[in-house]
Design a protein around this ligand. Sequence first.
Ligand code: PHE
Length: 535
Amino acid sequence: MCAGSSAVDHRFPGEGAVSKARQQWKSRAGFILAASGSAIGLGNIVFFSANAYKFGAGAFYLPYLIALLAVGVPVMMVEFGLGREKGTSFPLALGRIGGRAGEFAGWFAVVNALMITMYYIAILGWAVGMWWSALAGDLWAETSVAVPAFDVPEGALPNAIASFFDLISSPRNIIFVVFVWLLNIGLVSRGTKTIEGAVKVMVPMIWLIMVGFIIQGLSQPGGVHGVFLLFTPDFSVMGDINVWHGAFAQIFFTLSLGFGIMTAYASYLPKKSDHTTNAVVVSMMNCSFEMIAGFAVFSLLFAFTVTPKASTLSMMFFIMPAAIAELGAAAKLTGAVFFTLLLLAGLSSSISLIEAAVSAVIDKFKTRRVTTVLAVSLVGIAGSVMFALPMVIDGGLDSNGTLGLTILDLIDHYAFGYGLIIVGLVECLIVGWGLPVEKLRATLNSSSSIQLGRWFDIMIKFVVPAILIFVLGYSLLTDVFDVGKEATPGLYGADYVMKGFDALDVIAPVVWLVMTLGIGAALALTPGHKGADGE
Ligand code: PHE
């Protein structure tokens, strides 16, 4: 599929004149860095490894690659193509094809994604808190800390775990969360200008730090065994539906699809941009990063024979720190670098979602940027603070402990497990049948060095929707009839059913539905601007 990038649109002086009001990326490289910065995030560093380990390590690669090629790359082309075709952000772009219903789907996506960003930023706040503890030495000290809020005595837990529970059960974690929001506000304050400046520094740094981790991991005695495990396929798990479900969910999340981000970002490029190649390049950059991150994580873990448990949070805050602690004198600095890596990768993702939401509001309501950034951020901060609520509701540590983390786990189950995939399905149907996809393909082909054939129409109209309906149907089955429930936890936790607090189990899906459907419908129905056609 790769045919080299065209030289036509590396720089586009004067292109901004086409649409005076709409901001533009300064260069194609800036756009690619921003889009790949969005894609490369916590999902690549910890979630992929947690998933790969859970689903038979090497065996996960094949379903993952199939999911990437069958769904990831085509949907990325649709999202970029939409931005190019309509020259506006996600809700208005879908609205111009599917009317009010289309616009509603777009707002549903933005609200759902904003909910994900709220807890994503809460987790980044915790990474900052752990960074602090890493430098202060708490994570690696000889004597273990106590966790008074949980009634856990000193020495009962390894330091990293104790520090994490101490952090999330203390109101100070809210300060870290608000701090990360302030960083985000600064980075999106001037839109593409500030974002492009930031990703040009952040994305290369993320790669550099990751290469450092790989070298460190592989040079540990025994480290290379982790890589062997990663590449030793266990084909027996291929018949397991959970593996496929995990692979498709992972692809959406990791490529930042179903968030409305890629459409907003692509709408800031000139019309003649080569979006087919852009989609291939961004997907490949993301997935190659994900795989090399797997090298680093697995080699470090196996050098110290720590067995990873399949949850992103435990991978981030317990397992990797436990492996790093084994590095002795190097632990302190390595730990701080690890949490810096998480913060950088997470920030380049969270700013993309805030920008997608901000641009959707500006396009529809013609509001001022600064006001819009502040309004979206205030809503976001309120949500993130909720996910950081420190009240301990389960002192036993055998579920999710604090109120905030429990709500996080529950909302994640719906926003990630269902929300993103519903958006993917609906956008394929709207673009596939409504635009229709033949038109999108002709537009994409008109300025691309890669020519898409009729297979693309079939993928978007039939194959991708069929796969996503299957994934959604399977999730529903597991939720309603408990089929294989244990095997399909949410993104961050291992057990989303809160013991002794079942009311939240019912409240969470209701809140998620009311927010996404209710606010989505309200935004779609409020009269506003229809957005540029971009034609
Ligand atoms: N692609 C990001 C990741 O892999 C997910 C994400 C995107 C989260 C945008 C928030 C906002 O971590």
